[in-house]
Design a protein around this ligand. Sequence first.
Ligand SMILES: [Zn+2]
Ligand SMILES: [Zn+2]
Length: 287
Amino acid sequence: MPNLDLRQAWSDLLRRRAALAPSLEAYAPIIERWASEAPTIRPLAWSAEECRARWALGLPLLADAPPPLSAADLEDTLGEAMESLGAADETLAPGLQRLAEAWDSGGVVPESLLPEPGRLGSGAAETASGLRPGVIGFLACATLRPTLETYVTPVRAHLGAGDWMLGVCPFCGAPPGFVDVVEGGHRRLACHFCGSAWIFAKLRCPFCGVEGTKDMARLSAEDGDAGYLIAGCRQCHAYLKELDRRERWNGGPAIVEDWGSPHLDVIAHRQGFWRGVPSLLQLAAGS
Ligand SMILES: [Zn+2]
Ligand SMILES: [Zn+2]
């Protein structure tokens, strides 16, 4: 079963991060919206062999199995995400208005928001709205997650060790949004678009593929924040936040931990690093 209801995990996090709770309020409508969803999409019913045949070619499943998306089903979620963004940064209002018009006229369709190689969405939404790619990337994630999660949940079990070595999600093709460090020190990358995860090389950058400790910058918050770390790449300057689950057993789902630690994004941005999957608070701060 897909887990669309993150309300309990989110309120646990707000309790743990009480000082940040007022700014994290911006995410509440999206968390609520996701919990109320019952996507009508028919889940992908591929066999393990069908999945592995694509993975062996380096293809995420969505490349060969595009999800049948319905604009009518997605528009309330898109509307909620647009409202949250507009409230967080009023200067986005004209672009959001143009995006709404393009959605209504069919110039921007749900497929325009799907992850594509090297980008989030086809580019149609940026062209129609004038909004920057990061804004569209956040809207795409917030709009599609419940549907994509429902779509890929049955095939997740088919992913075995060694089936997938790339730095994008083996299911939907999006870049990773967070890292969980698990038993044995393995890095499990989390996809915010479809809620899946996959094990990835310990010392390789998922964004540019460079390998080795000398290219990896590791930053942490001044107060320690045990278990949390920022791993940045000195080559492409992408970063991901990491949570060592062996140290922090009571952490929430990856997207909750990611959205709930904006203080670490501030540190990463100050050092000149960028995120593959934008966060609402980062966009609201203008970056
Ligand atoms: Zn994914
Ligand atoms: Zn890199």
